[in-house]
Design a protein around this ligand. Structure first.
Ligand SMILES: CC(C)(COP(=O)(O)OP(=O)(O)OC[C@H]1O[C@@H](n2cnc3c(N)ncnc32)[C@H](O)[C@@H]1OP(=O)(O)O)[C@@H](O)C(=O)NCCC(=O)NCCS
Length: 161
């Protein structure tokens, strides 16, 4: 088993919101560079989706889980009902099983809440990862606002009983 498979996954505490915000901002910079986003779009993601205020607000409305190694948070996943809204792993710790461990923990929680499908919208770079998790692309959505012109893959997985 990869190292990520042994990491503890738990609910984010309020005092960790700043660390998770910093993780998201690092991930958006990494993602933006690979997806060809402009600096303005990267700053939009950091300020709108990765800010401390956003993490504090969303974690009151959604389930926010973190993967921890020692004092460091290596990754996070957020979901609301059957929709995964965020999944980000520190770029220094990609391809070590952290994303799979976070995803499987969230899928198990979503399943135990009685949902029969999982849904999410994925940046193109994350599609192969989600396909490895058993999701399939069911459509695309054009992003609006600051991310206009960018295509988001709509993905779904049917959960077997
Ligand atoms: C997508 C992301 C969460 C994956 O996390 P990760 O910890 O690197 O992934 P893992 O190491 O757990 O990989 C799990 C499986 O997915 C596969 N996988 C991951 N990335 C892949 C890729 N680009 N192409 C093909 N397979 C991939 C791995 O081979 C692995 O398969 P295995 O377990 O059978 O060996 C991570 O790369 C990330 O944070 N990316 C930037 C943010 C992002 O795009 N998040 C999603 C927002 S929509």
């Amino acid at each position: 088993m990869k190292a990520g498979g042994q990491l503890p996954i738990r609910t984010m505490s309020e005092s960790e919101a700043g660390d998770v915000s910093a993780l998201l901002c690092r991930c958006y910079a990494w993602l933006g560079a690979r997806e060809g986003l402009s600096q303005r779009q990267i700053e939009f993601l950091k300020s709108e989706r990765g800010s401390l205020e956003t993490v504090r607000r969303e974690s009151g409305e959604e389930t926010y889980l973190v993967a921890q190694e020692g004092a460091a948070i290596l990754g996070m996943i957020a979901f609301r009902k059957n929709r995964i809204t965020k999944l980000y792993v520190d770029p220094l710790h990609h391809e070590a099983g952290v994303g799979r461990t976070l995803y499987e923990t969230a899928e198990s929680a979503i399943r135990s809440q009685g949902h029969t499908t999982i849904e999410l919208g994925a940046f193109p770079i994350a599609v192969p990862f989600y396909e490895a998790m058993g999701l399939r692309v069911v459509g695309t959505k054009e992003a609006g606002g600051e991310l206009a012109g960018f295509s988001i893959a709509l993905m779904e997985k049917r959960l077997e009983g």
